[in-house]
Design a protein. Structure first.
Length: 103
């Protein structure tokens, strides 16, 4: 495929997933979209590994899923914590529920 240059038209349905991706990456648009991956997705995995989460500690698909969800949740909470508290958060007062008057 690389020798033919940038393809035109729709991607044929009969191609394997590997061939479809290779064809996509031959176009300028495909290359520019694939470059965005390094900015969006891959840094997250690097940050998670840096925190020491490079292997799963539990066995089984469900256990690994729950562990992965916990890792992702802590990653997101850590990101929120590092951004700081918004300035308007101190001005919001908690809603205090009052008990209805008894007859």
């Amino acid at each position: 495929m690389r020798e033919q240059g940038a393809p035109r038209g729709r991607i044929p349905e009969h191609l394997s997933p590997r061939d479809r991706m290779e064809r996509k990456l031959l176009t300028k648009r495909g290359r520019s979209l694939y470059k965005l991956r390094s900015q969006m997705v891959e840094p997250v995995f690097g940050q998670i590994k840096t925190r020491g989460c490079d292997t799963f500690m539990r066995r089984g698909l469900e256990a690994v899923r729950s562990e992965w969800r916990m890792i992702c949740a802590t990653h997101n909470l850590l990101k929120l914590f590092r951004t700081g508290v918004p300035k308007f958060a101190n001005k919001i007062s908690p809603i205090v529920a009052t008990a209805p008057a008894s007859p």
